[in-house]
Design a protein around this ligand. Structure first.
Ligand SMILES: Cc1ncc(C[n+]2csc(CCOP(=O)(O)OP(=O)(O)O)c2C)c(N)n1
Length: 309
């Protein structure tokens, strides 16, 4: 509470029986109406020394085996950036983290405050990171609180699930799907190949864009993208003869691994090319075959940057 004279009124009559602890952010307010903080401060300093000896000493330099919570936060202090943001959940770790975290800057703490809801920290930390990718965000949670929202860590898989549901509901088959990082940190790209009508694909794109984590969904026909697929073929080494070598050369494939019992060939190209080689290699005792989805970049000059602030 602020001890403004508008609050206290006549000081001679204000809370005469009370002993007051005045915590204040504004130095100008100290000693303005409530006096005699010096005695309090002296007592606090004495108690602080007692706390250091009785509590902090044991937390930070324990004699027992194993890490204490205080030691963990102390280690964090050694590596953290000065403007790192500390997000805590609710519980014992919260008290310890606040006690030992080496705050160097203001606006570096996120807490659920009086609401005290376990499960707060992880989504709050993700939110803090989304707000500013350049800042280090440190999330401290107890083993109880982490159980409540740990599924947030599956965010990326979550997206794939939600996308798959959109396709399943419409009965549209996904021919191939590739996911990778994009040029922008923290943003992933997913390329999905489907065979369907233009109208259905436009509807799919609109639905996918409604997923909260999706920044933008683009739709391209074959001619609108430059793409490649990679195919791997495993052949028994006993079948490697002059004829097969000629086929490998003709198709522009290459041997990427030679083991005592088999060789692995690799061919990158469009599906027709990798498929053609597949049909030929079936005659050579093909042991295994795997083909990736499309790795594609759009021909249009419009990029994701214009959709990211
Ligand atoms: C949703 C919710 N349920 C219950 C509580 C009551 N509560 C406060 S702290 C706590 C224990 C937290 O344990 P843990 O997450 O392991 O952290 P620790 O105290 O061990 O650091 C409980 C049950 C709460 N604050 N919020």
């Amino acid at each position: 509470m602020r001890f403004d004279d508008r609050v206290t009124g006549d000081l001679k009559r204000y809370a005469k029986q009370a002993r007051v602890i005045h915590l204040e952010l504004d130095p100008a307010e100290i000693n303005k109406t409530q006096k005699n903080h010096d005695a309090w401060m002296a007592q606090f300093r004495e108690l602080e020394e007692q706390e250091k000896a009785a509590v902090m000493q044991h937390d930070l330099t324990p004699t027992k085996e194993g890490l204490t919570m205080g030691e963990v936060i102390n280690l964090v202090n050694q590596y953290k950036a000065d403007d790192a943001v500390l997000v805590t959940d609710v519980g014992q770790h919260q008290m310890i983290a606040w006690r030992y975290f080496n705050y160097k800057k203001t606006r570096t703490q996120v807490t659920s405050g009086g609401l005290g809801t376990m499960g707060f920290a992880l989504p709050a930390a993700l939110g803090a990171q989304l707000h500013d990718y350049s800042r280090q965000v440190i999330c401290v949670v107890g083993d109880g609180g982490i159980q409540m929202t740990i599924q947030e860590l599956e965010n990326f898989i979550g997206i794939l699930n939600r996308i798959t549901i959109i396709f399943t509901r419409r009965g549209i088959n996904i021919n191939a799907l590739t996911a990778s990082e994009s040029r922008l940190e923290g943003i992933h790209r997913i390329t999905i190949e489907v065979t369907s009508t233009e109208e259905a694909v436009i509807q799919l794109v609109n639905q996918i864009e409604k997923i909260i984590d999706v920044i933008k969904a683009f739709y391209h026909e074959d001619g609108g993208v430059v793409y490649q697929e990679i195919a791997l073929y495993k052949i028994p080494v006993t079948r490697l003869d002059g004829g097969l070598e000629k086929i490998i050369r003709q198709h522009g494939a290459r041997i990427i691994s030679a083991e005592p019992e088999f060789v692995v060939l690799e061919l990158t190209g469009h599906k027709e090319q990798t498929q053609e080689l597949l049909e030929i290699l079936k005659e050579y005792g093909l042991l295994e075959f795997a083909r990736s989805g499309r790795v594609a970049v759009a021909k249009r000059m419009l990029t994701i940057d214009s959709f990211v602030k």
